[in-house]
Design a binder for this molecule. Structure first.
Ligand code: ZN
Length: 396
């Protein structure tokens, strides 16, 4: 067991503070880690003796980003669909079928190679925990395969057999719901921590409230935690359903009625509203009202929704800059939502905050303060500590 002290930290953002921004910023701090865990945080001048030392040269250090919503297991290319949408073609969820066909046709090796590249990409942008959903297989074997592959990259895997009703079941939706809640769930459950459903009355391919409720309850009965894609394309029942069932997170929350906001306020300790503004950017849609949700007392998370149709980006720093520029969130609120908020959306307290006992998932910013995340959009300033070109020297 060896210990390492991180010194030269311009500002240490622990996300464990009090006061309005809760960032808990410590100047002149050092942090000691041992066995991937944080064992000491305090003034650099008082740091204990360690085996090695890493000097980050005045950079800001923040908790690694937690991307609590992604769809990384897919093959195929939908750049043409994006280009068409930019000339005015609306999005209704139908393009998912294109990815399903390509993903079913891909080999395990193909999909593994793609997952290696995509997880390397998001790590290089400062993300240290990622949730990965299935949902482009939509047969028992293909959904199980997606989860088995995803599990090699994260413990946060989500069964999304209820992404859309596949074309072959279009004439018999209830048969597909029976498959998802029966044999598919049974085969998938041991590879997943979560179950999710695309609950969206505005897409003919997605699931209504009754179907979604049935699917989420079946998942819970198999021991899975619940998550919901809700209120993305228009007002709908997703938020209400998620709160009623005690889901960990309802994601998108773009179109909310007053009653939805009230329900999320009442459920602030259990159900997180996860905002995915990269989707609104890439589909040229109105953004959710992040500032209103925060002012009301809703627990808010930010994530990428990285997927081939509506947002093919795994960049959490970019999501933070969108949240600040387009959703009225302060830079502090956006960083908190992308770390502690997203950890809460995964019901994790060991990540998303830098405190003794938590995982030492540190992201270093090539900047003196966290404000640069929103201030320098599109510039790769964030990097996990272990990917930094640091010089490790023997400690004192
Ligand atoms: Zn999604």
């Amino acid at each position: 067991m060896s210990s390492t002290v991180v010194t030269g930290i311009g500002e240490l953002v622990t996300c464990d503070g009090s006061g309005p921004d809760r960032l808990g910023i410590l100047p002149d701090a050092a942090l000691v880690m041992e066995d991937e865990l944080i064992v000491w945080i305090g003034p650099a001048a008082k740091s204990p003796a360690t085996d090695t030392m890493i000097d980050v040269g005045g950079c800001a250090v923040i908790p690694g980003f937690v991307d609590s919503h992604s769809h990384l297991v897919f093959a195929g290319d939908r750049a043409g669909e994006f280009a068409a949408r930019m000339t005015g073609k609306p999005y209704d969820g139908g393009g998912i079928g294109v990815t399903v066909a390509a993903t079913r046709a891909a080999t395990d090796d193909d999909l593994t190679r793609l997952l290696v590249a995509r997880t390397a990409e998001l790590r290089a942008l400062g993300t240290t925990t990622v949730e990965i959903k299935s949902g482009y297989g939509l047969t028992v074997a293909d959904e199980v395969r997606a989860l088995q592959l995803a599990r090699q990259f994260t413990t946060e895997t989500t069964f999304l057999g209820a992404h859309v009703v596949p074309a072959e079941y279009a004439a018999d939706r209830s048969a597909y719901v029976d498959l998802v809640t029966g044999p598919m769930l049974e085969a998938a459950a041991s590879y997943a921590r979560w179950i999710d459903v695309f609950c969206e009355p505005h897409s003919p391919h997605a699931f209504d409230a009754d179907e979604a409720g049935q699917i989420l309850k079946a998942g819970a009965a198999m021991g899975l935690g619940q998550r919901v894609h809700g209120n993305q394309l228009g007002p709908g029942p997703g938020v209400r359903l998620a709160v009623e069932l005690g889901a960990a997170s309802v994601d998108h929350c773009t179109y909310l009625a007053d009653a939805d906001v009230d329900a999320l306020v009442d459920a602030a300790d259990s159900t997180v509203a996860t905002l995915l503004p990269g989707v609104e950017f890439c589909t040229r849609s109105p953004y959710p009202d992040g500032a209103r949700l925060l002012a009301s007392g809703v627990t808010v998370a930010l994530a990428t929704d990285c997927n081939p149709g509506t947002c093919y980006s795994s960049s959490m720093p970019w999501v933070i800059s969108l949240a600040v520029r387009e959703m009225g969130m302060t830079p502090a609120q956006a960083l908190f939502a992308a770390t502690t908020g997203s950890a809460k959306a995964l019901r994790r307290s060991d990540i998303g905050r830098l405190v003794v006992g938590n995982r030492a998932d540190l992201t270093v910013l090539d900047a003196p303060s966290y404000l640069h995340l929103a201030y320098r959009p599109g510039v790769p300033i964030a990097r996990p500590l272990d990917l930094m070109a640091t010089v490790e020297t023997p400690g004192e």
